[in-house]
Design a protein. Sequence first.
Length: 484
Amino acid sequence: MNEEMLNLKPSKVFYYFNEITKIPRPSKREEKMSLWLEATGKKLGLETKRDKVGNVLISKPATPGKENVTPVVLQAHMDMVCEKNNDKVFDFDKDAIETYIDGEWLKAKGTTLGADDGIGVAMALAVLDDKELEHGPIEALFTIDEETGLTGAKAVEAGFMNGKMLLNLDSEDEGQFFIGCAGGQDTVAKVPVDYEPVEGDCEFFKVEVKGLQGGHSGDDINKGRGNAVKLLARILWNSYSYHDLRVADINAGNLRNAIAREGYAIVAVPKEEVEEWKAYIAEMDKTYKAEFHTTDPGVTVTVEPAPAVKEVLEETLQIDVLNALVVCPHGVAAMSQDIPGFVETSTNLASVKIVDGEVVFTTSQRSSVESKKAAIVDKVSTTFWMIGADVENSDGYPGWNPNPNSEAVRVLTEAYRNLFHKDPEVLAIHAGLECGLFSEKYPDMDMVSFGPTLRGVHSPDEKLEIKTVQMCWDLMVEFFKLLK
Ligand SMILES: [Zn+2]
């Protein structure tokens, strides 16, 4: 059933991709794939290494006369995202992906296709297997677990590869070259909860901010979208200042790497303030709709009666929590000095919740510049140190700072112009890529990322535009021809 793929061009790339679809390779369970890659390298008669996490490196010597050309690493990740439609009976640990051709596209029946990044693996293997291609020394690096933590790339030890340039084959738009990405780190702050009895005659409400778009904390951070944590905090801070509102519970935002879409607080409002306070809330509903009329036209602020509670946050704690939420930075902190329109540094105030007797604030920071990442982490941490919180910073992962003078990008761009008579787009992304992790142990590695066009990645709609595979192959061949 898969065999119709074998008529596609370039035939060696699709031969290998077809083989790969038969081998299970969910993230963190790549052993079969890792062993198969090792066996394939050996079968080709090439020097093959497998490190302790399962990354595989296969080395192919230069063709005669090209021994002094810059050594190049072709890199792709061997794991895939395993998503299927509800009605599809499929075992990702055993079954072969069922591919089919639909016009210009290669697709899978009811599951992810795994062209992210199986097609990158196949292109690298096709280079290793090619007897005609002329090139300098080549290594192919196949990493594990890109999709759920970049742990394969992180584990690649210094000295494992000898290449000076690295072509990452994991981008999803033909015609786009990526030359930088952001590193990331999480900052989580906790303060113990302290309660006190509700005083005076109060009414109780649930006040809620919802209907925001949210989005990815990296890719979407520059879109100006509302953050439910910030919008809720602004309301609560003013409600305390002007209407003596007290907070009994607060819960806003969800995932660390998402912009908060909704949040609520359970509050106590003195009876004599209720009417004015409700008018203020109605006003804020209008204000937010006006402020976010383009990015989040669906934003609403609502109030509904809530069951009475006996206790609210102790007053100085409430003040601390609301002050920290109002002051804590969120959004873009700096744009790139080298690439127009590229976000260099940002932070996401992801969530605030009361969990197991603590108020927990979760945030994440990103930057393509390590020192700037450290600075924004310190800034966010300080916001919470000022209220006496316990602050924990995750290990994080490094960014890949765009190098405007990259020789790899220059040669690849020249190759692209020669073939297609136009310029590629040269971009950076404000999210993590494996290249960021390589730059830690190989600071001088000259890197660029590109690949054929994929759509619907990480879902059963994943599809590969067939003709762009030939284009990427030709681009690699031309690159090898031009490289000195
Ligand atoms: Zn990928």
